[in-house]
Ligand binder design. Sequence first.
Ligand code: PAN
Ligand code: ZN
Length: 195
Amino acid sequence: MRELMRPFKTLVNMKSGQLNPCRHVIERRLSDMKGMYLDAQAYSRLLNQGDKLIYKVYEVDVAQEAGQLIYCTTIIYPGKVGNEYFMTKGHFHLKEDTAEIYFCLQGEGHLLMQARDGQVSFLQMKSGTIAYVSPYWGHRTMNTGDKEFIFLAVFPGDAGHNYRAVEDRGFAKILVEEGGSPQLKRNPKYVAEPE
Ligand code: PAN
Ligand code: ZN
């Protein structure tokens, strides 16, 4: 019989989002987000000023296999590229029939979700908000506040991440600041899925 995995706990710093212990920390910088923002000139201008840290992920050390639950914290820093808010790359799960829970710990943000048939869903998040990302929905988060936006995510161990679909097609909507507040706009660069 396979050896039992022992229960364990971790500690999340509710202010900084740091998870302890964690398996690894992923850092995504502006240079990792090439082609993801609509305003290419604003992107180049900002990159010339330095390769800013856009977000960070602390991930627990749990096997990536069915039956497990993986959890991690994401910290998105405040800022914009042109008028588009700092955001995560966004992805579908490789195993698309897997859901995910996002629990906001700090700050303010938005969760943009998109199904393969073109449906879009959009949820505002603040400290205490629990968002349910249903199976089959691609998801991306944006920081729309002026301090760090921090959330905990929990997803099945065998979910996996598919970034390719978002890199190739983008999301149907982008979130920009207009008149001092976030506005959801059509993304003219979006390439719809074939029927
Ligand atoms: C989240 C995300 C995390 C970073 O834990 O992986 O917020 O976003 P990207 O993976 O799109 O860079 C999650 O949805 N996990 O499945
Ligand atoms: Zn996910």
